[in-house]
Design a protein around this ligand. Structure first.
Ligand code: XMP
Length: 509
């Protein structure tokens, strides 16, 4: 496994140094907005090298968003060719966050959320058992039928008396004897509230495959097995119950249909963060709708997308409940599949938007997190986003070609590809009207995105490693030890000649 210095955190409520660090920085000035009224994007700037007095092993890329701690500051976009449950599970296992898309029914969203929340359920609650007088022949049959290699042995009150596993079955085919003659009596049991780490440690200590969980009266409450506990992902994003952290893309409006509302309420209760997924949130209706959402739904919220100081100011002074609003999502028209900027002439590239909104957050509520969404073409763009105030970055482009993204592998002239499409593309809208309010509702016919192919890049882990390594090296070259420190990295504008020079050049191809 790749060496990393990242510490292992559970969901925590630690207040980091980020707030204090941000306080001293004028992000808009840094991004050339204040004095020159520039709308710059990643390719227009470079981070300046800074002094580094620490080793790469000390570089920490973990971050916070509201009460959630992530060992990786990366999220996958709420897009139907990027994040469904498989991607959300993988992202959480590697320490980041998957945001499940909303181009589907509320029922399907709920199913996807449930799949993520169940994914690392290491405690079997519905345990199959046998009694002391079950015959060995019956146990063998049960093992075969259920594909289970061992059972707790319980009495009529489900009190644990022993455990019987494949290894206890005699070789002499004596199928007439009963379980109590061969079971391990008084087996080691654990209490039902153990963590995955405690379970793994105990299984290793006693060199067993299974341990029953019992309450204070010795009554069976669950079972853990080595098979369910492995493999172990040390950086996993976990909620307070040890389940994977997951976010859900949502409309800023509650559904009108009562059945859909019931599905949404259940999903919101399960999921950790709801992220409004609209092209531009700075609208009266969206601001009001989000208030209703927060009243009805039991979840934290990240609102967006927005692109300016004023939009952030409007949200931060709107009176949303403090415990519900945890972040703002920024960037408009900068995504690789977006056509909003050319279709409408309005846009807020992610670099510009992050600097604008970071200043408002600093001025109004430094506890609010900032998610920089879209427009990332290279790992180095992540460093630039953190330098202008982001706490997390979101991308679809980097992840649509992964094994874990939805969609099938296709082949173009011998190259493996997958489809990547904007949520405002004609193709995505053809699925149904689920995300119509992502754009101006009344102009449903104006596509604000495109659909295309993207190279297949294999498992998510490889892509994340590359992004995280680029980010870490960027922090080190910039002289920042952590994401919180990245706000100090200085930025300069590059000329078109400089932008050409920053890429491979003058090679014979
Ligand atoms: P990347 O650069 O990773 O950007 O492809 C992903 C982000 O783009 C947004 N998005 C869209 N924006 N039209 C748009 O103008 C669209 O059809 C569209 N689909 C997605 C979204 O914020 C996503 O995270």
């Amino acid at each position: 496994m790749k060496q990393s210095n990242r510490k292992i955190y559970e969901r925590s409520y630690i207040c980091t140094t980020m707030e204090t660090t941000k306080k001293n920085i004028d992000f808009r000035k840094k991004a050339f907005i204040t004095e020159q009224n520039m709308i710059l994007t990643f390719d227009d700037v470079l981070c300046k090298p800074g002094y580094t007095g620490f080793s790469p092993a000390e570089c920490d890329i973990s971050t916070n968003l509201g009460p959630f701690h992530f060992n990786s500051p990366i999220c996958t976009a709420a897009m139907d060719t990027v994040t469904e449950s498989e991607m959300a599970i993988a992202m959480a296992l590697y320490g980041g966050l998957g945001v499940i898309h909303r181009n589907c029914s509320y029922k399907k969203q709920l199913e996807m959320v449930k799949r993520v929340k169940r994914a690392r359920n290491f405690i079997i609650e519905d345990v199959a058992t046998v009694s002391p007088k079950t015959t060995i022949g019956e146990v063998q049959l049960l093992m075969k039928q259920k594909g289970i290699s061992g059972f707790p042995v319980v009495d009529g009150d489900r009190k644990v008396l022993g455990i019987i596993t494949q290894r206890d079955i005699p070789f002499n085919d004596d199928i007439e004897g009963t379980v109590d003659s061969i079971m391990t009596k008084n087996p080691i049991c654990l209490h039902p509230h153990i963590t995955r780490e405690e379970g793994l440690a105990k299984l290793y200590e006693i060199r067993k495959e299974k341990i029953p969980l019992v309450d204070s009266n010795g009554i069976l409450a669950g079972l853990i097995t080595k098979k369910d506990l492995k493999p172990y992902y040390p950086y996993t994003s976990k909620d307070s119950k040890g389940r994977l952290v997951c976010a859900l893309g949502c409309s800023p409006f509650l559904p009108k249909n009562s059945q859909d509302l019931a599905y949404l309420k259940e999903a919101a209760h399960l999921v950790d963060i709801m992220m409004t997924d609209v092209a531009e949130f700075y609208k009266k209706a969206d601001l009001e709708g989000a208030m209703e959402m927060m009243k009805e739904l039991d979840s934290t919220f990240v609102l967006g997308n927005i692109g300016t100081y004023k939009a952030a100011e409007a949200i931060l002074t709107y009176g949303y409940p403090e415990d519900k609003l945890i972040g703002l999502k920024v960037g408009m028209g900068s995504g690789s599949i977006c056509t909003t900027a050319i279709q409408t002439g309005v846009g807020a590239p992610t670099f510009f938007a992050a600097a604008e909104v970071a200043d408002a957050i600093k001025d109004y509520n430094p506890k609010i997190g900032l998610v920089a969404d879209g427009g990332f073409k290279y790992p180095g763009d992540l460093t630039k986003a953190f330098a202008v105030g982001a706490d997390m970055v979101m991308s679809g482009h980097f992840f649509a070609g992964c094994t874990e993204s939805p969609g099938v592998l296709d082949n173009i002239q011998g190259r493996k590809v997958k489809v990547y499409r904007g949520m405002g593309s004609a193709e995505a809208r053809a699925v149904g009207s689920y995300a119509d309010d992502r754009y101006i509702k009344e102009s449903k016919k104006l596509a604000e995105g495109v659909s295309g192919y993207i190279p297949f890049v294999g498992p998510l882990k490889g892509v994340l490693d590359q992004l995280e390594d680029g980010l870490k090296n960027g922090l080190i070259y910039g002289g920042a030890k952590s994401i919180a420190d990245a706000y100090k990295i200085e930025i300069g504008r590059v000329t078109p000649a400089g932008a050409v020079e920053a890429r491979p050049h003058d090679l014979i191809r």
